[in-house]
Design a protein around this ligand. Structure first.
Ligand SMILES: Nc1ncnc2c1ncn2[C@@H]1O[C@H](COP(=O)(O)OP(=O)(O)O)[C@@H](O)[C@H]1O
Ligand SMILES: [Mg+2]
Length: 430
């Protein structure tokens, strides 16, 4: 409306002047009346004193017009206000100054009914109320449905978790939907299966440890009781029994040492003392340490070096692992046998091969020999003084170094262990 009012103000010219020529006045007046019809508004033009010079309804001509909007326009302002009158309804008053040759010579006021706009605004308002109302109901229904869909599986989960907390670790969640809940349930089931396994392993381990400790203890008890219950004992028998007791105590000590190193390994997982080390030197040292043991059985212990390899390792731990395996090779090989320790590399790993021509390991036992306390022949190993923990310790150490141990064996022909340790940046090969 401001733009339209300005257009009229621009069109009107000199006629506002009181002396103006009546023909020009008539032409201008008709123009204003026509334009008023065109834009559906009443148009009033006043002179600088506020006297009406043109009224498109031809009612107020010549009268002085006191009007808020016109007064503002006479002061040079464009202004527009909406009113709601009882008799006329909603009206929009728009007024602009009439500027001729840079001077305010009067003002133009347009008054337009905006009832139809209000009707439209009201119907939009009503529609909005309805839309909001229906949305609220719709959202409420959807939330109710979703809450049901989500809360059911969560309820299931909660029950299962509470059951697990009570110690029933073999719990599984059954959710057969096709969404994230299903994924979560699967992940949860994998975790609970794992927990269950760990729990079973722990119980087995405790049972095994108790059993292993009890055996030497019962021997000691038996030996000491039989000494106590005899009135007169030969000194030779005394000595013999005492030396048996002594070796059972050694056995207990070995078991406890091995158990402690297993516990340490569990604890120290992230705490290995890595140093760049020549595996060659380490092997030489180990061989010379084990030579006396092999010589007792007249076993030829050879070290064959096919490469010089540096690795970033915890030297003491790796030494313990290698000793355990070479020691086994000597232990499970007959007198006059051979044990070869060979160092080489494929391009990814340093490989330490320990090859014996001893008694071998039956196929069915191969997959178990790394388990804690597992021994192929319990009776025989008792004589050789093993704990059944050596390979388990070795395996854990090598695994901590990101390596692995492989084994090939043939009964009565011999066994080959391959300790593979990954070569890394710190490695030099020559
Ligand atoms: N070089 C080998 N030759 C034959 N059997 C072996 C050899 N190394 C390991 N074994 C078998 O694997 C079992 C587990 O070894 P280990 O964990 O070192 O326990 P142990 O204390 O009995 O030596 C041994 O009891 C033995 O039966
Ligand atoms: Mg052993």
């Amino acid at each position: 409306m401001l733009a339209k009012t300005n257009i009229i103000a621009n069109d009107i010219d000199y006629y506002t002047n009181s002396n103006s020529n009546s023909i020009i006045y008539e032409i201008t007046k008709n123009e204003v009346i026509n334009y008023g019809k065109e834009i559906n508004s009443r148009i009033i033009v006043v002179d600088e004193d506020g006297n009406v010079t043109i009224d498109s309804k031809e009612e107020f001509r010549g009268q002085e017009f006191e009007h808020k909007e016109i007064n503002s326009a006479l002061k040079g302002k464009n202004i527009s206000n909406a009113y709601n009158f009882k008799e006329y309804g909603h009206l929009l008053y728009t007024s602009v100054p009439l500027i001729i040759n840079g001077k305010i010579e009067g003002a133009v006021l347009t008054s337009t009914s905006i009832d139809n706009i209000f009707v439209r605004v009201n119907s939009i308002k009503n529609a909005l109320y309805w839309i909001s109302f229906l949305s609220v109901i719709f959202v409420a229904i959807i939330s109710f449905i979703l809450a049901n869909i989500f809360s059911k599986p969560i309820q299931k989960f909660t029950n299962v978790i509470l059951n697990m907390a009570r110690g029933n670790l073999n719990q599984r969640v059954e959710i057969h939907s096709n969404d994230e809940f299903n994924q979560l349930a699967n992940a949860f089931n994998i975790m609970s299966t794992k927990l269950d396994q760990v729990d079973i392993q722990r119980k087995d381990f405790v049972a095994n440890v108790s059993h292993e400790l009890r055996t030497p203890l019962s021997s000691i008890k038996l030996l000491s009781e039989s000494l106590l219950h005899q009135d007169t004992v030969d000194e030779k028998v005394y000595k013999e029994f005492l030396s048996d007791i002594d070796s059972e105590i050694d056995r207990l000590n070995n078991i406890i040492d091995d158990l402690l190193s297993l516990v340490d390994l569990d604890k120290e997982k992230l705490n290995l003392n890595y140093k760049v080390t020549y595996i060659n030197h380490l092997l030489e040292k180990i061989i010379s340490r084990l030579k006396p043991i092999s010589e007792e059985k007249n076993i030829e212990l050879n070290y064959i070096e096919k490469a010089k390899i540096q690795l970033n390792i915890d030297k003491n731990k790796i030494q313990q692992a290698i000793i355990n395996i070479i020691h086994n090779a000597i232990k499970y090989t007959h007198e006059n046998g051979n044990v070869d320790v060979i160092l080489y590399s494929d391009n990814k790993n340093a490989i330490i091969e320990i090859k014996d021509n001893g008694i071998g390991i039956p196929e069915k036992d191969l997959e178990h020999i790394f388990e804690r306390f597992y021994r192929v022949d319990k009776a025989r190993t008792r004589n050789t003084g093993g704990t059944g923990l050596g390979l388990s310790i070795a395996n854990q150490i090598i695994t901590l170094h990101q390596g692995n141990i492989e084994v090939k064996s043939e009964i009565n022909k011999g066994t080959k262990f391959y300790i593979k340790l990954p070569l890394d940046n710190n490695v030099s090969l020559d």
